[in-house]
Design a protein around this ligand. Structure first.
Ligand SMILES: [Cu+2]
Length: 106
């Protein structure tokens, strides 16, 4: 009985494991912050996304059963921003408002 309970609790915990990753982005301003954070919330497994505009560090809490760091970085690139060593998707980047592009207006 005790063993069964222990196993179920373990399975439950594994399914709901929340990991955290910090990713350096090329975000420039509050518009970028909104764009990146709101975008991430549409992605499976993302629990929390917080971008610090000053440091450009994005902190994401995610369920490791549903997504992973590489997927998240690729998604950020698809929004037009660098994500650590993943360079921003060029088309998405060039479609951003000028002030949100790398080295733009801030
Ligand atoms: Cu911006």
């Amino acid at each position: 009985m005790a063993a069964t309970l222990f196993i179920s609790a373990g399975t439950f915990a594994q399914k709901n494991t929340v990991s955290e990753v910090s990713i350096k982005t090329s975000a420039q301003c509050d518009m970028c912050k909104t764009r990146i954070e709101n975008g991430l919330y549409t992605q499976k497994g993302v629990v929390q996304a917080t971008l610090d505009v000053e440091t450009k560090i994005l902190t994401i809490k995610f369920r490791s059963a549903k997504t992973n760091e590489d997927k998240l970085r690729l998604y950020i690139s698809s929004l037009g921003y660098d994500a650590d060593e993943i360079v921003a998707n060029k088309i998405a980047h060039d479609n951003l408002p000028g002030c949100c592009q790398k080295g733009g207006g801030h």
